[in-house]
Write a protein that binds this ligand. Structure first.
Ligand code: NDP
Ligand code: 8X3
Length: 251
């Protein structure tokens, strides 16, 4: 039987690459995001390249009702989700605590933390019913060390780290694996979003070194998801060769 993966934030970056990697390996994919046009294009492309099924779901992970309704009403054939990747997320701004924008903070906390909670709670009943499943949360090196002007983004990713640990404990009786993957700087649309469309600022983030690419994180996610049933990677911090942690990046 083909396995099923649900990936949030699959319209770009890590999520899109994860969908491509699992689709290429024959998994059926539920891909989610807010941009319906991108989701449809990705679904069409994956279906045409691989002998798999793709179900695109358009919702904002911050919308608790939409998340709960769309996931709880999944057709029966799509409910046996083997792997959930909580990937949807963003940084907005990189400003000192005193001048940072409160709306940006709300968006980051609501998306990176509350969105992850809503999606997990909606998917879990399918996993607990089968006493089987794997939740993979995309954290960040920003969830391991707090850096200057990272304030609420770092807090949201420290929250992902904490929630991952909590899930792992509480879901033990249900045989559900929980893996947190914490990437360092990776060249996706992340910085373009963080700097609100400023391509020059975004480009500078990846200037002068070979940053992680989305496919790197997709490969690692696939590895973590395909280990033997009794093996669970709990926590992975992944950087490119030029980066040691949130503070040290050799350009
Ligand atoms: P991208 O900007 O390329 O992708 C982000 C994805 O998240 C998009 O598919 C976007 O879809 C989705 N998303 C954002 N907000 C929402 C929302 N409210 N509801 C639903 N989907 C949403 O960035 P990355 O691929 O780099 O980021 C993926 C994850 O990895 C994030 O959690 C990020 O914090 C984390 N990360 C990124 C690193 C990096 O350096 N790139 C390093 C460490 C962690 P859409 O806009 O269509 O809704
Ligand atoms: C993304 C990596 O260093 O911008 O989470 O926080 S960083």
């Amino acid at each position: 039987m083909q396995q099923i993966i649900l990936i949030t934030g699959a319209t770009s970056g890590f999520g899109k690459a994860i969908a491509e990697t699992f689709a290429a390996a024959g998994w059926n994919c539920i891909i989610t995001g807010r941009r319906a046009d991108r989701l449809e294009a990705i679904a069409t492309s994956l279906r045409s390249q691989y002998a798999i099924q793709v179900l695109p779901l358009v919702f904002d992970v911050r919308d608790r009702v939409a998340v709960t309704t769309q996931i709880s009403q999944l057709p029966a054939a799509w409910q046996a989700i083997d792997v959930l990747v909580n990937n949807a997320g963003l940084a907005l701004g990189r400003d000192p605590f005193d001048t940072a924008n409160l709306d940006d903070w709300d968006t980051m906390i609501d998306t990176n933390l509350k969105g992850l909670l809503y999606v997990s709670k909606a998917v879990l009943p399918f996993m607990t019913a089968r006493q089987k499943g794997h939740i993979i949360n995309i954290g960040s090196t920003a969830g391991k060390e707090v850096y200057k002007d990272g304030n609420a983004y770092c807090a949201s990713k420290h929250g992902v780290d904490a929630i991952s640990k909590a899930m792992r404990i509480d879901l033990l009786p249900h045989h559900i694996k929980v893996t947190a993957i914490h990437p360092g700087a990776a060249e996706t649309e992340f910085s373009l979003v963080r700097f609100k469309g400023d391509e020059t600022k975004a480009g500078l983030v990846y200037d002068g070194y070979h940053a992680l690419q989305a496919a790197d994180i997709a490969g690692i996610t696939y590895y973590a998801a395909t280990l033997p049933a009794h093996v669970c990677i709990n926590d992975l911090v992944v950087t490119c060769l030029a980066q040691a942690n949130s503070f040290y990046l050799h350009k």
